[in-house]
Design a protein around this ligand. Structure first.
Ligand code: C2O
Length: 546
């Protein structure tokens, strides 16, 4: 196995998009940032130097970080932020994961522009469980704001308003043909007739689930979140922020240009969203009229409607592990967590009309009615490891404070969550089941829930209120898909299972950043097991302190 050394310089860089130049936070001047390519079993050593004027951390989204929680990255959870002028070196080994992951800033909304792909190929000498593709292309779907994303979220939290939606979606940082001043920079993926290519599609958007389609071409799904899946063919993908999907595409259509397109899947009723479409171009090398030739209009796919939940759900339900897997059959911890929005009083000093909830309230979000608050003077992991009291409590509830009709009309008394820094304690090796139940407080919405430090099996999902008697019978304990981010359907629920075999403190949150800002997060504290191999490593010497 190899060790890969990289340097990430976080810096402000002029980036021109949508006709204007913006000073944008980037890694090494690149937007999106560098693609990291490794093999399963390799070690990554990434020195991050902060030359920007904001605090920053980098999260390696989906990397299991077995015993190396100090390298996970969420600010104030596993480390304090890297302050301007400081640096931190992340060291970790890829253990048993293959496929596509990514990395992103895990500080405020910096990940809007600070992100990149992480490609994990099989160990040298081993091969993919599908025919070797001729070419591989990462496609990072993103969102672009004309304003500085940190200002967008600051303005929102100060005034009590919802943050502005983005000005464009992007593919590999480019809005594409359909936006102003963007045409000439549209990403072009060239293919040769008869060849099969692997596309590594990553949803790195901040706040938007996306449908993805390529005109006239079938997509064969072979992986999701760096786990292989039983191959199946579809014309459309749905990815929540944080999720990745690997697809094979065969160039078997008349040689011309086709649009690769992504557009919002916006499940919440009435919530504003960016309804534009980003495009890249799939171009046959033998097309009679090549890139420079503007007279050939690429063929446009017809994308599902923004609220097409049936298509979104049909896609997630098609995912299976390629073969029988080891799902925990018995459960030691049966946890039920509500995920959803809430409403709080308008912040002091803000104008009631800016607070966009009903009757001058502002939006908030919670899990089991706890709206998560990050500490500011220690990271949770440091506080845990050094037994520093008063930073967090271990009373995150295993159930909501009371049962209610989660997806029906929710009584007003439940609209206002309590704020807290609560974690849920798990014994090393515990077999855990979590029912993630969406609520319809204020509005029902689809939530992409991401668990740090783990892959989990999605054993079932459905609409309405989870009913253990009725729904347990339908669990797939044979070949459920393995992921790190599960999409909890709008007005519905998802059940996940995993074994708590990675000691440390692991954030679980909605990957819509606006929902993290409002508190839709919690953390698990997984205790050390017995012996060195079940124990969190000691913190690195350069770990940033607060
Ligand atoms: Cu990709 Cu906590 O995030």
């Amino acid at each position: 196995a190899k060790t890969h050394y990289h340097g990430f310089i976080i810096q402000a860089t002029p980036v021109k998009r949508l006709c204007k130049t913006h000073n944008t936070i980037t890694v090494n001047g690149m937007y999106p940032g560098p693609t990291l390519e490794v093999n399963n079993g390799d070690t990554l050593v990434v020195k991050v130097v902060n030359r920007a004027r904001y605090n920053v951390t980098i999260h390696w989204h989906g990397v299991r970080q077995l015993r190396t929680g100090w390298a996970d990255g969420p600010e104030f959870v596993t480390q304090c932020p890297i302050r301007p002028g400081h640096s931190y070196t992340y060291r970790f080994t890829i253990q048993g994961q293959e496929g596509t992951l990514w990395w992103h800033a895990h500080s405020s909304w910096l990940r809007a522009t600070v992100y990149g792909a992480l490609i994990i190929r099989p160990r040298p000498g081993e091969s993919y469980p599908f025919p070797k593709p001729k070419h591989e292309t990462p496609l990072l779907l993103g969102e672009w704001w004309d304003a500085n994303p940190i200002d967008v979220v600051r303005q929102a939290t100060r005034t009590g308003a919802a943050p502005n939606v983005s000005n464009a979606y992007t593919i590999n940082g480019q809005p594409g043909d359909l936006y102003n001043c963007s045409k000439k920079d549209t990403i072009v993926v060239t293919v040769k007739t008869g060849q099969t290519n692997l596309l590594r599609v990553i949803n790195s958007a901040l706040n938007q689930q996306l449908f993805f389609k390529i005109a006239n071409h079938k997509l064969t799904v072979v992986g999701a979140d760096a786990s292989y899946v039983k191959p199946f063919t579809t014309s459309v993908l749905m990815l929540g922020p944080g999720q990745t999907t690997d697809v094979l595409i065969t160039a078997n259509q008349p040689p011309t240009k086709y649009y690769i397109a992504a557009r919002a899947y916006a499940s919440a009723q009435g919530a504003p969203f960016d309804n534009t479409t980003t495009t890249a171009i799939l171009e046959y090398e033998t097309a009679p009229c090549l890139a420079k030739c503007t007279s050939t209009k690429p063929v446009m796919p017809s994308l599902p409607a923004f609220n097409d939940t049936a298509t979104a759900t049909a896609f997630t339900k098609s995912l299976r592990s390629p073969r029988k897997v080891e799902v925990p059959k018995e459960i030691d911890e049966n946890i039920f967590i509500t995920v959803g929005l809430g409403l709080n009083n308008c912040p002091r000093g803000a104008r009631r009309r800016n607070c966009q909830g009903p009757n001058g309230t502002r939006f908030t979000a919670s899990m089991n009615n706890v709206s998560f608050v990050l500490p500011s003077n220690f990271s949770l992991l440091q506080a845990h490891q050094q037994h520093i009291p008063g930073i967090f409590t271990t009373d995150f509830p295993a159930n909501p404070p009371r049962k209610f009709d989660y997806t029906g009309n929710v009584s007003r008394s439940l609209w206002q969550p309590a704020r807290g820094t609560k974690v849920y304690r798990l014994k090393y090796g515990a077999r855990v089941q979590i029912v993630l139940q969406g609520t319809s407080i204020f509005t029902a919405e689809n939530h992409p829930i991401h668990l740090h430090g783990y892959d989990f099996y999605i054993v079932a999902e459905g609409f309405g209120n989870f009913n253990p008697k009725r729904d347990t019978a339908k669990f797939n304990l044979v070949n459920p898909p393995q992921r790190n981010t599960a999409s909890v359907p709008v007005g519905g629920w998802t059940v996940i299972r995993f074994v708590a075999d990675n000691p440390g403190i692991w954030l679980m949150h909605c990957h819509l950043d606006v929902h993290i800002t409002w508190g839709l997060a919690m953390a698990f504290l997984v205790e050390n097991g017995v012996g060195e191999l079940q124990t969190l490593e000691p913190p690195p010497a350069d770990l940033p302190l607060c």
